[in-house]
Ligand binder design. Sequence first.
Ligand SMILES: [Zn+2]
Length: 667
Amino acid sequence: MVPGPDGTRSGTLAAPTAKLTQPRILFAKTPEEVRSFSGRGLAKVRALRDAIVRAEGPRTLGNTLEPYDDLSLRLHELQALPKFLSDVHPDSGIREAGDVAYQAADRLATELSLDRELYETFAALDVSSEDEATRYAVAKILRDFRLAGVDRDEATRAKVRALRDEITTIGQEFDRIIREDVRSIEVDGPEALEGLPEDFVRGHPPGHDGRITITTNYPDSIPVFRYARRDGVRKALMAEYLNRGHPKNLDVLARLVAKRHELARALGYESWAEYATADKMVGTARAASEFVEKVARTAEDRARVDYEKILARKRQDDPRAERLERWDLNYYTELVRADSYAFDAKRLRPYFEFGRVRDGLFEITGRLFGVRYLRVTDVRVWHPSVEVYDLFQGRRRLGRFYLDLHPRKDKYGHAAAVPLVLGVRGAQLPQAALMCNFPDPRAWDGPALMDFAEVETFFHEFGHLLHVLFSGGVRWAKNSAEGIEWDFIEAPSQMLEEWVRDPEVLRTFALHHDTREPVPTNLIGQMRRAEAFGRAYEVQRQLLYATLSLMYYTRDPGALDTTAVLEEAHARFPLIPHFEGTHFQCSFGHLNGYSAIYYTYMWSLVIAKDLFGRFKARGSLLDPTEAARYRTIILGGSERPAADLIREFLGRDVAFDAFARWLREAG
Ligand SMILES: [Zn+2]
């Protein structure tokens, strides 16, 4: 790997020589293949580690950083690929082998993070005369060694090692229980589906006993919570939805929180929240809490107005209603939008047929960023519904991605973008995947129509995917997608959501599945006005989740009752009703993956609103100059700290005003 003539800062693309090899493990047929992939990979990583430590003479990039980079790329794949298989593979044997392989890779990662000899090779490496990107990468490597506890005594390191292994296993158990706990209710016939869109009713014909099954999967639950007129149907499904993972995960979560607390204390931190925020933009748990408070204060008055409007609408149906229930929120919010803004979200569905949305997303982002997507059909995949694409700029391939977009049994039930292979200039091209749960054209009777919220999710996750692919041209693995500050990564994804709300953009691809007419402009206008309603209220809900994640990881876990804390968090945000008898924390998957840092969504949203201001000022979201700057500086710029990229893009530090203005526009 050779440095570029420009000091290899932001926005350098993958050189044509970078390799693209589809990881064979993605089409493993047997658990044995997963085991052997893991075994060989771990041995190779160990050999690389030994070679670095044994190298003689002064420490150089060539005998230290370069082989370490190679090691990091391999280790990433040994963790990411098996974990991915355990989330998406239809075969339970392969999923289990994936879990075991991930544990083994994670154990090795922990071991290396506490490897004093390896650490000392970096401590002895002088990079003061290297370029900025190299210094940044090495600074992060040294920081991560110290955060892991490499400079602690042997007893502490042994304890840390044991705790990390336990945490990995417990976290996997937590995720698996959620993934495998898809629940359902039965209703007594089509009349129970009153209020639901026609395509949904058609897609849910009664069984031979006349009853209709509705699951907690998103293509079912999102429309039911939004549109089902029958209170009892929404309530019954919400009870199942909020109790996924219960009761099993009560104990699993308690152990997860306790072990993380113990680990943080062993490393000299007050709590896991302190530890988890130390390498983020926010810096400390206290700053994260203060940020949550600040947003809550900004949103509070408006959220109360939203609440009163929603409650008033409920009283039209039930004059004696004193408050909103958890299963009322989406439904009555939608009705307020229908009444006050003459907007009925169901009217949008015919314009969002799944395949057309996917093609539209490609077209818009292709135009915006000067790239194109080429379907790859000659590679094997883990399920026939998975689609593979290569991302091209002109004739140059920038990376590859896999779309696994529809629900099936035992698959990960939420939506996520996963970096599978990290991109490094001249070495290998980035590869990533989306795992989502959108309506499946092959499973539905009639067109697979999406709710607008699902279209937003698609754009959101695709924003992550593009971030991973566009940041794949860096010089060092430590500066690729894996090294980006975690509380920055939701900014590019939330940015891309803005495009799907824009009339100019929507008119290009939101065509009626039957008539091919573009979505009427007045319907978009109504949608945008209606969408502004309830914004502050939704922000309160997000803050409740952020508070919950901070609370679980700040408290002394000795006497922690996670259900009592859930109630306490609701008490802090009294406008968001708690559903008595449900246990949201048991299916709150972020408590494993994000642990204490759910605040990152809101933190990134403040950044996204500020960045987006530049496109707004240009008057068109399809402005090619602004898009090119955005792609180069922000999406391709991971060789510098996020705060520096923001400063370069905006010409100043990030500010709170754009976000506050967006909240005030509400209603
Ligand atoms: Zn996201």
